[in-house]
Design a protein around this ligand. Structure first.
Ligand code: FAD
Length: 412
């Protein structure tokens, strides 16, 4: 059997590739570069956390595969962010501290000399939240030496986190934290900058050495959590025997078998194709309004504001319908399609229209899509993961389960 080609290796592509490989399908993953998953910060939600139902469960099969990564705890968590708030999440990278574990108590916040971490301000800000007050939680800043060498002051979080993959260095950090705890007295836990490992989350090993739960705060863009995902992904794909190739897919052609054209190299033949190329961050969707055609003239024709990053059958849409052409050659005002100016904005909804089995509408049956590339679904980590697993599951049924589906004939 020709391999199933999975385009993209973020949460969605990984979920699809692992499900297919575990189901016995040969898989070829093609991935361009870091996408939203590699930039995300370690919180994993089903719906955006502001919507308030972050505790929603992912279905068993998707959860089992996720547990195999050894990277997340998928149970409701309360996370302290480096923006100074406490927020709920559907789950989190194991390096992150779940402050929801306590009813009352003091969490130690090391005050250390790094420009990305102001322990004093964070401790005050977290203590001052309604959630902390309601739970009787306080955060207290205590001076501590967490950086061993002067040059570390200039390192980014992920580079410092990588140093804590070394057991001796983690032991050194544990000693410094024990000294700080001895100066402060009783604490229930210790919250740290996002510095606890990149090859794997090191919070549990650190907690054992310190004798108290220790973990990271939830940081903003491009934290160590993204690097941890990449390490865990590469290990899981290697274990599952999935072949991975770096490169950019330019076009997917509905031939028999499918043809996947790359920017560099020979075209690939595939029994089916899963598009997991992400949204605006990953490169699966591009913002490309008609007014971008020429800088100084009226555009020759109107066109939809978004297009797919890969030329492939199927259509972009939102609200269950194909994208409309703007009524003006000058397109639509950007603020009318984006948060916070529009409620439920097009930019958050636009994607490929798919059916319940993640099959791309208007394309032959062997083309599926998942993750941020799909229309009308939440743009969240767990949604991407489980839609990938769902796509893998559907294809296993079609390719191996004898389901009577023509993978090359166009469906409506
Ligand atoms: C800064 C940030 C913070 C976030 N915070 C949260 C959060 O707190 N909670 C939460 O649940 N979610 C959060 N998210 C959203 C979540 O990370 C995404 O919804 C999810 O990771 C999307 O996964 P994906 O696999 O669909 O896409 P991506 O991770 O973007 O993966 C797409 C992959 O496809 C590849 N690709 C694209 N085009 C091509 C091509 N032509 N050829 C080959 N490869 C290609 C890209 O290189 C990329 O690797 C956050 C996202 C960001 C950016």
């Amino acid at each position: 059997m020709k391999p199933v080609v999975v385009v993209g290796a973020g949460a969605a592509g990984l979920g699809a590739a692992l499900r297919l490989a575990h189901g016995g399908c040969p898989v070829q993953v093609i991935d361009g570069a870091a996408g939203a998953t590699a930039l995300s910060c370690g919180a994993v939600d089903v719906t955006p956390w502001e919507d308030g139902d972050a505790g929603e469960r992912v279905e068993d099969e998707a959860l089992q595969l996720l547990e195999g990564l050894g990277l997340h705890r998928v149970a409701g968590a309360l996370l302290a962010t480096t923006a100074g708030i406490l927020r709920g999440a559907g789950g989190a990278d194991r390096a992150l501290l779940d402050v929801g574990a306590w009813r009352g108590g003091t969490v130690l916040v090391p005050r250390t000399d790094h420009p990305g971490w102001d322990g004093g301000v964070l401790a005050r800000s977290w203590s001052d939240t309604e959630t902390a007050r309601a739970r009787g939680l306080t955060f207290t800043a205590v001076d501590a030496t967490l950086l061993r060498f002067r040059e570390e002051r200039a390192l980014c979080d992920a580079d410092i986190a990588a140093r804590h993959d070394d057991a001796a260095r983690l032991g050194w950090l544990a000693e410094r934290l024990r000294e700080a705890l001895a100066r402060h007295g009783r604490c229930v836990g210790v919250i740290l900058p996002p510095w606890l490992g990149v090859e794997a989350p090191r919070a549990e090993a650190l907690s054992e050495r310190v004798g108290l739960p220790c973990g990271e705060a939830l940081s903003a863009l491009a934290s160590a959590a993204g690097r941890r995902f990449e390490f865990a992904r590469d290990r899981a794909l290697a274990r599952a025997g999935v072949s991975v190739r770096r490169g950019w897919v330019r076009r997917v052609v509905a031939s028999s078998p499918w043809t996947v054209e790359l920017e560099d190299g020979e075209p690939l033949a595939a029994s089916a194709v899963v598009l997991a190329a992400g949204g605006l961050v990953g490169g699966g969707i591009a913002y490309d309004p008609s007014e971008a055609q020429v800088a100084s003239e009226v555009p020759a024709q109107a066109r939809p504001v978004f297009r797919t990053g890969i030329e492939a059958p199927g259509m972009l849409g939102a609200g269950g319908r194909p994208l409309e052409l703007p009524g003006s050659l000058f397109g639509v005002p950007p603020e009318s399609i984006a948060w916070p100016f529009a409620r439920d904005p097009l930019m958050d909804r636009v994607g490929l229209l798919v059916d319940g089995a993640m099959r791309v509408k208007g394309a032959p049956g062997g083309l599926l899509a998942c993750g941020d590339l799909v229309a009308d679904r939440p743009r969240t980590w767990l949604e991407a993961w489980r839609s990938g697993v769902r796509a893998g599951n559907a294809l296993c049924g079609m390719l191996l389960g004898g389901e009577d589906v023509d993978l090359h004939d166009a469906r409506g």
